[in-house]
Every structure is written in C-alpha cells, then in structure tokens.
Design a protein around this ligand. Sequence first.
Ligand SMILES: Nc1nc2c(c(=O)[nH]1)N=C([C@H](O)[C@@H](O)CO)CN2
Length: 117
Amino acid sequence: MDTIYLKGLTLKCTIGVWQWEQAIKQTLKLDIELSTDASKAAQDDDLEQALDYQKVAERMQMVANEAPVKLLETLATRLANVLLDEFETTRVKLTLDKGQAVKGVKNVGIIIERSRD
Ligand SMILES: Nc1nc2c(c(=O)[nH]1)N=C([C@H](O)[C@@H](O)CO)CN2
C-alpha cells in the first residue's frame, strides 16, 4: 500500500469551548496521510486514476469552514469521515494542530487514525 500525504494545510474555522472562540476564526494546521494504491495512476500517468491531493486539500478547507465546533475531536472526526466517504482510501491519519492554544505549550492538537474495510 502507498501513502499520499499533505503537511501543514491551513484551515480557517470557528473552534473552541469558550464563548470568545465562537466569535472568531482561528487558524489550524492539518497533516494528512491517506492509504492508496498508486500503481494504476503511475502506470498510465493519469490524474483521473490517482487520489488527487489538491481535491483533498480543497475539501478539507471547505469542511473546516462549514460549521462551528467546540472540540478538536469533533472537527478531526468530521474531516476523517469525509476522507473515507468521498475519496479512494481505506485508512486515514490526521494531525490537527491548534498552535499555542494553551499557555506555556509550544503546540497542542490531536492525532486520529480511522479506517474502513
Ligand atoms: N481535548 C480537548 N481539550 C480542549 C479543547 C479541545 O478541543 N479538545 N479545547 C480547549 C479550548 O478551546 C482551548 O483550545 C482554548 O482555550 C481546551 N481543551
């Protein structure tokens, strides 16, 4: 199995448990790993048969923009579900980074892995 990855994708979204966070947009960084079989796309040199990472990036930004959430867990799960439902992949790993959301911490975030048969 092969892996398509994106690192440091910028997402703008309304996220956070506090009232002030629900009134602003914050910037998160997203890393994604998607399992794929790259052999057919490589053999024919054909984007149509590839897992298109540009479409993945655009879809992730759309989902993040859509609805306010409180928890990183909620957004990460929504993003993973969209990847599994809409793209040719059976395993996803997401790292969602909220930067310096906690005083004294360099970075804070969540890593989730999801798969389907
Ligand atoms: N497990 C989590 N803990 C916390 C979250 C979260 O999304 N998941 N969020 C917050 C606040 O929104 C924080 O980011 C800003 O003060 C606190 N803990």
